[in-house]
Design a protein around this ligand. Structure first.
Ligand code: NAD
Ligand code: APR
Length: 233
């Protein structure tokens, strides 16, 4: 693999699939069991907060029973050994990148291990339930919601992401269907800026045509192989 100096990586639910976390749009995925409008929109939360808080409580609890896989660990090795610039952006709200050893992870859709107070708008680390309406650790109001970006809401730290996309010479997309914007448009941003674009996914995604290179198979195999190439074995 050619020598790259500035890498941006985007991960999606597929990187956590082999750890046992359901993806969204594969067979049996989360969106077959729940309606997005009911559990992943502000309107759904306003309509039935108990349903939404319970949905994320169940997903947060499930995190305690799964482990990071070889793909998460390979990206942690890349972060530790790659001499150039590296930005890891994830659409995932799980904590498997961190538990796999990555120290600098940009969660553009938020994370299950954080709670957002709708009264004071402060965030707090959170690994308990929210259905029992605990008090915000900052302002004491019983107004905590999942710190997860819902459909129609703005993702986090987009300025930092676009800044990195404009300067990168390699963009790698791992385990995402390319179905949801703005993440689905990152590959075009990178391509327009002259970057090499690589897709590592189980099968072609909706954005495959924008990748100069695509490798199809399980992330636990493909990501470890690719990191070996980048670090020279
Ligand atoms: P979008 O229009 O890009 O959504 C594409 C797909 O998402 C649709 O094909 C559909 O499958 C689903 N979808 C989106 N809104 C839906 C709805 N109200 N009801 C049913 N399905 C819906 O997404 P968008 O509405 O433009 O929202 C994009 C914003 O939401 C972005 O900021 C994105 O980061 C954020 N987001 C967050 C999450 C999350 O769960 N954290 C998921 C997706 C999107
Ligand atoms: N290895 C690699 N890729 C895999 C694996 C695997 N073991 N298993 C599944 N995949 C791929 C699928 O082929 C699919 O392209 O992962 C992708 C999962 O796609 P989605 O379920 O749509 O998940 P994602 O792309 O992360 O969704 C984007 O939509 O609803 C929102 O909040 C949700 O942030 C998410 C966003």
């Amino acid at each position: 693999m050619a020598k790259f100096e500035r890498i941006v990586i985007l991960t999606g639910a597929g990187i956590s699939a082999e750890s046992g976390i359901d993806t969204f749009r594969d067979a049996g995925g989360l969106w077959e069991k729940h309606r997005i409008e009911d559990v992943a929109t502000p309107e759904g939360f306003a309509r039935d907060p108990d349903l939404v808080l319970g949905f994320y409580d169940q997903r947060r609890e499930a995190l305690k029973g799964v482990e990071p896989n070889a793909a998460h660990k390979a990206l942690a090795r890349l972060e530790a050994e790659f001499p150039g610039d590296l930005l890891l952006v994830t659409q995932n709200v799980d904590n498997l990148h961190e538990r796999g050893g990555s120290r600098d992870v940009l969660h553009m859709h938020g994370e299950l291990s954080s709670a957002l107070c709708t009264a004071c708008e402060m965030r707090s680390p959170w690994d308990a339930t929210l259905s029992d309406r605990p008090k915000c650790p900052v302002c004491q109001a019983p107004s905590l919601r999942p710190d997860v970006v819902w459909f129609g809401e703005m993702p986090y730290r987009m300025g930092r992401i676009y800044e990195a996309l404009s300067a990168c010479d390699l963009f790698v997309s791992i385990g995402t269907s390319g179905a949801v914007y703005p993440a689905a448009g990152f590959v075009q941003e990178a391509l327009m800026n002259g970057a090499h674009t690589l897709e590592l996914n189980l099968e072609p995604s909706e954005g495959s045509r924008f990748f100069t290179e695509s490798r199809h198979g399980p992330a636990s195999v493909l990501v470890a192989q690719w990191v070996d190439e980048v670090l020279g074995g």
